[in-house]
Design a protein around this ligand. Structure first.
Ligand SMILES: [Zn+2]
Ligand SMILES: [Zn+2]
Length: 158
C-alpha cells in the first residue's frame, strides 16, 4: 500500500511552475493496467471491476436459498429477481466472498491467480454453507468463466 500518495497530494506547493519546458498538453490520462492481462482500464475502480468480472469467480449470489444463481453484476441480479415473484427488490444480492479482501491482496502485490485460488476456496466454503455444492460444482460460476471486459460503454457514473 502506498499511503504516501495521499500525503504528497495534500501538500500542494506551486513550486514547479517554472521548469515545465516540455508541454505534455493536457492532463495525464493515467491509465491503469490490469495486473493480470495488462488490459488498459480507464480509472482505478474500472480496473478492479474488470479484475472481479474477468479474473475472479462470481462474487454475488442470490439470497433466496436454495437458488443457485451467481453473478458478477448487481444489474444482472435485478434481472434474475424476476425468477422470484414478490421478492423485495432492495434485498440482496449477497456476497459469495469478500471482494474487498481479495482485491486488497491484489493491490498489495499478490498475483491475481493466487488471490483467485483463495477466492475459489471461499466459494467452496460458501457452497457447503448454502448446500449448493453440486450446483456450484464449477466454482468459477458457470459459463462466465472467461468473461473479458464485454462492453466498453457499460460505464456508469456511479
Ligand atoms: Zn485483466
Ligand atoms: Zn434466485
Amino acid at each position: 500500500m502506498t499511503c504516501s500518495q495521499y500525503l504528497t497530494g495534500v501538500l500542494y506547493a506551486p513550486a514547479q511552475t517554472s521548469s515545465v519546458s516540455q508541454s505534455t498538453s493536457g492532463p495525464k490520462p493515467s491509465r491503469v493496467l490490469c495486473p493480470k492481462c495488462n488490459k488498459a482500464c480507464g480509472r482505478p475502480q474500472d480496473v478492479w471491476r474488470h479484475v472481479l468480472s474477468a479474473h475472479l469467480p462470481c462474487w454475488l449470489h442470490c439470497p433466496y436459498s436454495p437458488c443457485p444463481w451467481r453473478g458478477h453484476r448487481k444489474e444482472n441480479f435485478k434481472t434474475h429477481l424476476r425468477a422470484h415473484p414478490g421478492a423485495d427488490p432492495n434485498f440482496g444480492p449477497f456476497h459469495v466472498y469478500e471482494t474487498k479482501v481479495i482485491l486488497g491482496w491484489i493491490k498489495d502485490g499478490t498475483p491475481v491467480e493466487i488471490a483467485a485460488a483463495y477466492a475459489l476456496g471461499f466459494v467452496s466454503e460458501k457452497a457447503h454453507e448454502l448446500g449448493l455444492v453440486e450446483d456450484w460444482e464449477n466454482l468459477w460460476g458457470g459459463r462466465e468463466k472467461k468473461v473479458q471486459c464485454r462492453r466498453s460503454n457499460g460505464r456508469s457514473t456511479d
